[in-house]
Design a protein around this ligand. Sequence first.
Ligand SMILES: Nc1ncnc2c1ncn2[C@@H]1O[C@H](COP(=O)(O)OP(=O)(O)O)[C@@H](O)[C@H]1O
Ligand SMILES: [Mg+2]
Length: 363
Amino acid sequence: MSKLQIKNLTKNFGNTKILEDLNLKIEEGEFVVLVGPSGSGKSTILRIIAGLETPSTGEVLINNEIINDLKPKDRDIAMVFQNYALYPHMNVFDNLAFPLKMKNIDKKTINKSVNDISSMLGIQHYLTKKPKELSGGERQRVALGRAIIRKPQLFLMDEPLSNLDAKLRTQMRAELLKLHKTLSSTVIYVTHDQIEALTMGNKIAVLNHGKMQQVGTPSDIYNNPTNTFVAGFIGNPGMNFFDLKIIDDSKIMFYDQIITLNPKISLIPKEKDLLNKKIILGVRPEHLFVTQEKDITFNATIDLIEMLGNEFLIYANLKTGGSNFSIRLTENSALKRNEQIKVAIDLSKALFFNEDTGKRIYC
Ligand SMILES: Nc1ncnc2c1ncn2[C@@H]1O[C@H](COP(=O)(O)OP(=O)(O)O)[C@@H](O)[C@H]1O
Ligand SMILES: [Mg+2]
């Protein structure tokens, strides 16, 4: 249980900048998800926190104390990896007991800890089995148990569920969250899966190319992304982007259409320097409609329809060019591939971004 802070952290490997001026504050007992594409620097951050890698500049603090010079074993941090390495020749009991034996803890205490942890994780019936006799999920639970048993101050989990099948992954996500509640420990959980991030974190930190893009609650990140990267990366599929130009107080240009929006123009940013400049209009797939007249209505062609059980995803393209986009529909419709449709945008749900920097423009 501890507070963690990363201050102005940078990491270079040779001449390559891997992490750039990172800052992150994690309160005691928080479950924070660090999410970003593969190669964005997530594992490097965890390795620096654990002391397995040294930062080029910047500081790591636990409970307001700089720990840069502490050896990994003195940091009281447990790490759980995707490739959990259990000792193959030891049974589950001995695998769980190992970290405590290393600390010369007495046998009675070890027995009690192993029993407590194994029943908490539902592996109490496997104590005499060897890892190879267990399923992937059971093995991952043993690995978790081995990390938990030392009761470390801080857990670092690096994509711990990515080797499990989809159903087991969903189940283990719920179990991890339950476990976090029971232990009230501080956890940093790394994933490249934005759905995992949205469902697990009470705080999400989004990383891209070694730079922190945004830190916030799942609803902040989803509804109020600060830039086009976060808007496009979070959500499945991500936010749609369209080109827009503001002509004057009442007119906008949407590709080749001039649309009069008075008085709805108030929903569009009006800074003078944006006039007659292309800006990016961002809309979530669930805020696009087929054939309901709204503020902006345009023609498109359906490329693909995906049935996802409780919803439909329509992938379509604009006649006038621009990137392809997606529409989320919750009701079955008679729409077909290659069909021409009229699509409408509700401006009150749209966001705006600077075309050059990708940064959000607020109204
Ligand atoms: N020891 C290393 N030497 C050189 N480059 C490295 C080393 N470790 C990681 N990198 C590079 O740093 C970048 C970030 O890697 P990593 O932190 O593993 O990303 P992630 O975990 O987000 O996939 C990658 O481009 C990777 O190739
Ligand atoms: Mg990684």
